[in-house]
Design a protein around this ligand. Structure first.
Ligand code: PGA
Length: 255
C-alpha cells in the first residue's frame, strides 16, 4: 500500500518569522486535529527555501512533518557558487528534494539529463528525489501530453536500484499557480500512463512502490476529488501550502 504524501513547495516565499509561524500553526493544527495526525492517511512534507531549512528544521525535528529541499546540485561539493548539494540538504535534516520542477526547467534551463544527474546525487546522499514532469498548454492541445511526460521520465529518472524509490510529481505546467486543473479523468489518464510506463521498465512490483503525486492548483476545494483518482498518491502543493489551514485541509482530504 502506498501511503499518500502531501508535500508543500514553498518556492521563493517566507522569511524566518513567517516560516516559524506557519510551521507552528501546522504543528498546532496537527496536535489539535480531529482526527489526530496519526489517523491522517498521509505523510506531510514541507520544502522551504534553503536559507529557511535551519529555522523550519529546528521546529519540525521530532514531529511528523518532514523536511525537503527545492533543488540540489549534482556534485557533492566544489566550486559551484550559489548552489547546494544533496549531501548538504541531508546534513540540514532533509529527507526529500524536489527536482526538475518546471520553474527550474524554464528559469534555469534545466535539461532532463541534468535532472537525472541531480536525482542520482540525491539518492546517493540518502534523499528521496521528487522528480517533476508535465506538459505545457500547447503540448496538451497538440495531444502530446503522455508522449511529453514519458520522454521526461525516460530522461530525468535516475537508475533505479534497491532502496527507497524516487517519487514522481505530475505537474501540468499550465495548471501551476493558474487556478486551473485537468479534469479527474485527464489526471487519471496521465497517472495511469505513468504507472504503465513504470511497469514496463521495472516490473509490476517495483512500479507499484513508486508514488506519483499530482501538482498544479491543488486546493482544499478540489483536493478530495484529485486525491481519489487511482494512481494519485499525494499532492505537490504550491500556493495552498503557504496557509496552514489550507495545507491541513488538503492533508485531511487524503482519507
Ligand atoms: P501551485 O504550485 O499549487 O501553486 O499551483 C504547485 C507547484 O508548482 O508545485
Amino acid at each position: 500500500m502506498r501511503r499518500k504524501l502531501i508535500a508543500g513547495n514553498w518556492k521563493m516565499n517566507g522569511l524566518r518569522a513567517s516560516a516559524a509561524s506557519l510551521i507552528q500553526e501546522l504543528l498546532d493544527g496537527i496536535s489539535g486535529a480531529e482526527p489526530s495526525f496519526e489517523l491522517l492517511a498521509c505523510e506531510l512534507l514541507v520544502c522551504p527555501p534553503a536559507c529557511l531549512l535551519e529555522t523550519v528544521g529546528g521546529l519540525t525535528a521530532g514531529t511528523p512533518v518532514e523536511l525537503g529541499g527545492q533543488d540540489c546540485h549534482c556534485a557533492e561539493a566544489g566550486a559551484h557558487t550559489g548552489d547546494i548539494s544533496a549531501v548538504m540538504l541531508k546534513d540540514a535534516g532533509c529527507a526529500y528534494v524536489i527536482l526538475g520542477h518546471s520553474e527550474r526547467r524554464s528559469d534555469h534551463g534545466e535539461s532532463d539529463a541534468l535532472v537525472r544527474a541531480k536525482a542520482g546525487a540525491a539518492l546517493a546522499a540518502g534523499l528521496t528525489p521528487i522528480v517533476c514532469v508535465g506538459e505545457t498548454a500547447a503540448e496538451r492541445d497538440d495531444g502530446r501530453t503522455l508522449a511529453v511526460v514519458e520522454t521526461q521520465l525516460a530522461g530525468s529518472l535516475p537508475e533505479l536500484g534497491p532502496g527507497r524509490p524516487p517519487i514522481i510529481a505530475y505537474e501540468p505546467v499550465w495548471a501551476i499557480g493558474s487556478g486551473r486543473t485537468p479534469s479527474t479523468s485527464e489526471v487519471g489518464e496521465v497517472h495511469g500512463g505513468v504507472r504503465r510506463w513504470l511497469e514496463a521498465r521495472l516490473g509490476a512490483e517495483a512500479a507499484a512502490a513508486v508514488r506519483i503525486l499530482y501538482g498544479g492548483s491543488m486546493k482544499p476545494g478540489n483536493a478530495a476529488e484529485l486525491l481519489a483518482v487511482p494512481d494519485v498518491d499525494g499532492g505537490l502543493i504550491g500556493g495552498a501550502s503557504l496557509k496552514a489551514e489550507d495545507f491541513l485541509a488538503i492533508a485531511r482530504a487524503c482519507g
